[in-house]
Design a protein around this ligand. Structure first.
Ligand SMILES: Nc1ncnc2c1ncn2[C@@H]1O[C@H](COP(=O)(O)OP(=O)(O)OP(=O)(O)O)[C@@H](O)[C@H]1O
Ligand SMILES: [Mg+2]
Length: 313
C-alpha cells in the first residue's frame, strides 16, 4: 500500500481552478520534492492532503485512509509543517510543543517524552525556555518542524521548510530533513532546486495547478535535449573530423564554435538525450592522429528541467 495516493484532485476557488487533476503516489521511505513557481498550487495540494482544505473533486488517502472519510485516522499518520507556521508568541518553546502534543492526542508521560525528543531532534535545546516571540526565523522554523514531528508520524508534509533562512540555516535544516528521511516518508515543497537535487529521490513538477512531470531527478535531467551535448577541443583539420563524427549513430548535429588561440578547434556535438558519446568522439579524433585537450559532457540540472517545464513564452 502506498503511503500517499492522490487521485484526480481538483480545487476551485470560486471560478478559479487552483489545482486540476493532480494524480500521484508516494511510497514508504521516499523523499518527494514538490516544485513549481509561485501560485502553482503546491500549498493548496498539501492542504488538501492534510485535510485542511476539502477537495472540489477527487480523493486522496494517507496510509490507506481516505482524507475525507477517515480524516482522523489519516491525520494520525502525518505531521504537517505549514507555509506560515502559526506559533503562539507568548508561550515558551517547550510549553508550546507540550500544548501541541496534547492537541494531537498525546497524554501523560508521553507528552514530556515526545517534547524532549523533538526538541533534541531539532536542535532546540538551547531555546527550550525562550519565549517564541524572541526566536529568530530559523528557530521558529525549527519549532514548526518539531511540531510536525510530535508523535513520530510516518509521513511528514513540509511546506517550504527552508523558506527565509540563511545559507547556514538552510544547510542545517536540510541535514535535519535528510536525517529524518531514514525513518519517515517526506513530501516537501521548495523553490531551491539544488536542495531537491541533494535530498529528494522523486520530484513532482507542478505548474498552473497541474502536474507537468514526476520522476527521479536523474531521469528528469537525463531526458532533456541538453543531456546529449558534448563539447570538444582538438588540434587538427576540421573537415575529416566533422565527417567522421557525423557517422556516429547517436550524433544528431555538430556545431563548429570556432578556432581558439594556438590552433585548437572547438566543436559542440549534439547527440540523442541520455547517450554519452565522449568515448566515440575521442576515438574518432585519435584515429585521425589529432590531440584532444577538452572533452566535456553537459550535465543538465534540475533547474534546466524546471525552466523547460514551466516556461510560459
Ligand atoms: N483561499 C484562496 N482563495 C482564492 N484563491 C486562492 C486561495 N488559496 C490559494 N489561491 C490561489 O490558488 C493558486 C495556488 O496557490 P498556492 O498557494 O497553492 O500556490 P503555491 O504553489 O503554494 O505558491 P507559492 O510558491 O507562492 O507558495 C494561486 O493562484 C492562489 O492565488
Ligand atoms: Mg505555497
Amino acid at each position: 500500500m502506498s503511503m500517499v495516493t492522490s487521485e484526480h484532485l481538483y480545487k476551485a476557488f470560486g471560478r478559479f481552478m487552483a489545482v486540476r487533476d493532480v494524480c500521484f503516489s508516494v511510497e514508504r521511505g521516499e523523499i518527494v520534492g514538490f516544485l513549481g513557481p509561485n501560485g502553482a498550487g503546491k500549498t493548496t495540494t498539501m492542504k488538501m492532503l492534510t485535510g485542511y482544505l476539502p477537495p472540489t473533486a477527487g480523493t486522496a488517502s494517507i496510509a490507506g485512509h481516505d482524507i475525507m472519510e477517515e480524516p482522523l485516522e489519516a491525520r494520525r499518520h502525518m505531521g504537517y509543517m505549514p507555509e506560515n507556521v502559526p506559533l503562539y508568541d507568548e508561550m515558551r518553546v517547550y510549553e508550546y510543543l507540550s500544548y501541541r502534543a496534547r492537541i494531537k492526542g498525546l497524554y501523560g508521560s508521553f507528552v514530556r517524552k515526545q517534547v524532549g525528543f523533538v526538541i533534541d531532534r531539532c536542535g532546540l535545546e538551547p531555546k527550550r525556555k525562550d519565549m517564541i516571540r524572541t526566536l529568530s526565523k530559523g528557530y521558529r522554523q525549527r519549532v514548526g518542524l518539531a511540531d510536525a514531528l510530535l508523535g513520530e508520524p510516518e509521513l511528514l508534509i513540509l511546506d517550504e521548510p527552508t523558506n527565509g533562512l540563511d545559507p547556514n540555516q538552510i544547510r542545517q535544516i536540510r541535514e535535519l530533513i535528510r536525517s529524518l528521511a531514514a525513518e519517515h516518508t517526506v513530501i516537501l515543497s521548495t523553490h531551491i532546486l539544488s536542495e531537491v537535487e541533494m535530498i529528494c529521490n522523486k520530484v513532482i513538477i507542478i505548474d498552473n495547478g497541474a502536474i507537468k512531470a514526476a520522476d527521479t531527478p536523474e531521469k528528469l535531467t537525463g531526458g532533456l535535449r541538453a543531456a546529449g551535448r558534448v563539447s570538444v577541443e582538438y588540434k587538427g583539420d576540421l573537415d575529416p573530423v566533422m565527417k567522421e563524427l557525423s557517422l556516429i549513430p547517436s550524433v544528431k548535429k555538430i556545431i563548429y564554435e570556432g578556432l581558439l588561440p594556438g590552433g585548437w578547434q572547438r566543436l559542440i556535438v549534439r547527440a540523442e538525450p541520455g547517450t554519452d558519446t565522449r568515448e566515440k568522439i575521442a576515438a574518432v579524433i585519435n584515429r585521425l592522429g589529432y590531440p584532444v585537450r577538452h572533452l566535456y559532457r553537459h550535465i543538465p540540472s534540475l533547474e534546466d528541467v524546471f525552466v523547460e517545464m514551466t516556461r510560459h513564452d
